[in-house]
Write a protein that binds this ligand. Sequence first.
Ligand code: GDP
Ligand code: MG
Length: 296
Amino acid sequence: MFGFIKNKLKKIYNQFTSKIQGIFSSKTIDEQTLYELKKILLSADTGVKTTKTLIEHLRQEHKSGKIGDGAELKQSLENKLNNILSTDKIEKNTKVYLLVGVNGSGKTTFSAKLANKFTKDGKKVLLAAADTFRAAATEQLEQWASKTNTQIVTGGQKQDPGSVVFQACTKFREEKFDVLIIDTAGRLQTKTNLMNELEKLRKIIDKKLPEESVETFLTIDAMLGQNSFEQARLFNESTNVSGVVLTKMDGTGKGGIIFALKEEFNLTVEYISYGEQLNEFEKFEPKKYVTELLEK
Ligand SMILES: Nc1nc2c(ncn2[C@@H]2O[C@H](COP(=O)(O)OP(=O)(O)O)[C@@H](O)[C@H]2O)c(=O)[nH]1
Ligand SMILES: [Mg+2]
């Protein structure tokens, strides 16, 4: 599982893998087999609702004689997982990325990773430090900007983040940048304040750069388990999230959340991030992921 995300992660997932391989190699299937599979899915953070649906469908297929052994079970599970992750999302030529998510979920780090990647691809990249809530937040992004040779727009502490975004959008257009990456605050006095502010930032972008394709990426810390579901719910209800960046995958073997996010919130994981080095992230590829998950 996850062999494609380099050896760093391989170790973490081996345990999950050996357990599921045992099930796939069994000659017969019974309630106990389904129960074992359910336990594995739940322990991988696949979520109660998604796991229940999967197991119930497999049980019905077993009862009707469609799946009789571990190999057939595996094939059916693989199809179902692929179905969950399948999207009809069209690849857009995204120019503006708005990073949202709770404090510590990895927004600033991922902003830097994305900036670094695009710069290496030969694009002209602009970072915007719209987390003016804490002075340290701007400093952190400034350090990444100099490390990655990226231009940055900053504001003073407690300056209206909207004015930083406004300035960044102006600079983006006037100086013909290719990509704009906006890092935001994850905490304000209240949740309502935060959500209102994010909405306001999005409006400024849409108004200033109406012709550009914008993505709002929600960073979710994969290590938080059930808490991540709460965050997904909160942000999904209040902001226009277009995709998820699943961070800190190096700290957990629980990749099941990817299925739950899609099944329960219709949120698509776009990137997975697994370390503090600039190159430690990947574009998420659903088919490859499911194969790795079940094969290795
Ligand atoms: N192990 C690991 N640490 C990460 C990852 N992404 C971010 N971090 C660390 O998590 C902490 C919070 O990240 P930060 O980007 O500042 O989160 P923000 O508050 O959402 O901007 C920092 O110490 C980061 O170095 C990751 O993918 N893996
Ligand atoms: Mg930050």
